[in-house]
Structures are given as C-alpha cells and as structure tokens.
Design a protein around this ligand. Structure first.
Ligand code: NAI
Ligand code: A1CAB
Length: 267
C-alpha cells in the first residue's frame, strides 16, 4: 500500500489497518502530519517519505490511498500518474473530488475507487461508502472492500452523485454527534449542573446510545419511544426538538449546506 497523506483521516485509517493487521507493508508519503506510534510493529513494515520523490524506487503498490485535502489535490495527484498500472487501484477518500477529476490527471486507464470514510474507523466503527470506475477489477473492488471493511461497515453505490450527500451525512456525521455532546453538556450547565458532571453524563449518554443503536435490531424511532414515558420528562423535551421549528429543519439545512460544499469542492 502507498498512503498519500497521513493526517486525521489517513492516520485514522492507518491506525485501524495496523491494529487489524490488514496491511503489513505501507509506504506513507507525509510531509508533516502525525505518524502512528505503533508503526513498524512485529511483521509490519512502515516506511515514511517526505514526498513522492522519496518513495523507494521499484515500489509497486497494489493500492494507492489518496488522503490529502481537496485543496492540495491539484498539486499532489499528477505526481502519482507513474503508479497507474493494471495491478494498482487508486482509493481516494477526498470530499468532493470526482472520479473524472482523477482520470483527468491519472489517465483514463486508472482504476479508481472514490470512497468516503469517517473517523470512527480508528476504533473499527467506521462507515465507508464507495463507488468504483469501470477500470476497477472485481479483485480490486474486493481489496478495497477488505481495507474499508477492516475498520467498519462498507456500502457501495453505483451513482457517484450520491457521494455529496454521503459526505454530508456520514463523512461529517461524527462532528455533528460530538457537537451534540457539547450542546447537551452546555444545556446541562445552564440547567444547574457543574461543568465536569455535565460533560461526563453528556458524553456517556451519546456513547451509550450509539452503542445501543449499533447492537439493537430495533429502529431508531422505537429506541426513542422506549425512553419516552407518556407525559414524562423526555416527552417535554421532544415536543421542543420535534416541533416544526425543531431539530429536523435545522439538520436538513446543515446537510444541504455540506452537500452543496461537497459539490463545490469537485472543481
Ligand atoms: N477528517 C475527516 O473526518 C474526514 C476527511 N476526509 C477526507 O480526507 C482527506 C484528508 O482530510 P484530513 O485527514 O481531515 O486532513 P489533514 O490535514 O488532517 O490531513 C492531510 C494530510 O496530508 C498531508 N499532506 C499535505 N501535502 C501533502 C503531499 N504533497 N503529499 C502527502 N501528504 C501531504 C498533510 O501534511 C496532512 O497531514 C480530505 O480529502 C478529506 O476530505 C474524508 C472523510 C472524513
Ligand atoms: O469536512 C470535510 O470536508 C471532510 C469530509 C467529511 C469529513 N471531513
């Protein structure tokens, strides 16, 4: 594997792959980001290079993971055209950047998978949605499935235009959930709790609810109803949150804004 960019998301994936022992030989091109502390554990060979020109000559990766910011793509991607070979698949995790964007810079023969993971991949609980181009072989698709599946769930789509909304919902989704922790804690403080207790119970509540949602076969709406006693305290809160001007129109607007931004990042 060749990993280009080892920042927050590339690093989260690499952490997950190393922990799951999905990869054993990785060349990482990373000029300045954090490098995993356990890189080079027994049987794993991790080589860090400061730039594309430092990649060991003859290195022939089966997969090139592109994990740099969309804003630096123009200067980074053309440098990897030399790695386009029948046996190599490019796996991009960049927001917005389309398959056409990559074929314009790597050539029409390049096998490209456009994927959108999220940071819970670092603890094996990621969600990745991916779309392949026509040059991707079944074996390469399986390889990408194995990589993404090692750090969480995987869904494939055929319609690339869905990736903008996917980016908005699951790519950025963890940020909204962490914001929910912050807002719950702040509201707890406003209701009279000390800050540390408010943060502790907000964090544990979101984490516990996430775990319950992950393990339960019940729809989210039933899990919600299980908490809501008729005329009880939760109902009082939900009447605010589920009002016409409650959380749904707000989240609709947030997701629409992120989806639009993903489309803008395409060019
Ligand atoms: N952070 C997240 O939750 C998610 C991010 N993504 C995507 O992942 C990509 C990376 O995002 P983050 O990890 O958040 O950003 P980041 O800034 O943490 O990581 C990018 C890394 O690329 C490195 N870099 C810069 N120029 C480079 C070059 N020429 N060659 C190799 N590496 C270079 C930087 O030093 C940095 O460590 C973006 O395209 C983003 O859209 C996708 C899903 C979720
Ligand atoms: O905010 C971003 O643009 C990236 C893509 C999804 C999560 N982080």
């Amino acid at each position: 594997m060749l990993l280009v960019g080892c920042g927050k998301m590339g690093g989260a994936l690499l952490d997950g792959w190393l922990a799951a022992r999905t990869v054993d030989h990785v060349v990482v091109v990373e000029p300045q980001g954090a490098f995993p502390a356990d890189a080079g554990a027994a049987g794993q060979r991790i080589v860090r290079c400061a730039g594309v020109s430092r990649i060991p000559p003859g290195f022939d990766p089966d997969v090139v993971v592109i994990a740099v910011k969309p804003q630096v793509m123009d200067e980074v991607v053309p440098g990897y055209a030399g790695f386009v070979r029948p046996g190599t698949v490019f796996l991009s995790i960049a927001a917005g950047k389309t398959i056409d964007y990559f074929t314009a810079r790597l050539g029409a023969d390049a096998a490209i998978v456009r994927a959108m993971p999220n940071t819970p991949a670092s603890v094996g609980r990621g969600m990745t949605v991916a779309v392949p181009n026509a040059a991707v072989t079944p074996e390469q698709r399986r390889l990408c499935e194995t990589l993404m599946g090692a750090v969480g769930q995987v869904a494939w789509v055929e319609d690339e235009s869905m990736m903008d909304a996917v980016t908005a919902v699951s790519g950025g989704g963890p940020a909204y959930v962490f914001l929910l922790i912050e807002t719950l804690a702040k509201a707890g403080v406003a209701a009279g709790l000390p800050e540390d207790l408010a943060m502790k119970i907000a964090r544990a509540t979101v984490a516990g609810s996430g775990e319950l949602a992950a393990r339960s076969i019940e729809p989210a709406a039933s899990l919600r109803k299980n908490v809501t006693s008729p005329n009880g305290t939760t109902q009082a809160a939900l009447e605010v949150l589920m009002a016409d001007d409650g959380i749904q129109p707000l989240v609709d607007r947030a997701i629409a804004a992120a989806t639009a931004r993903s489309r803008e990042l395409a060019s």
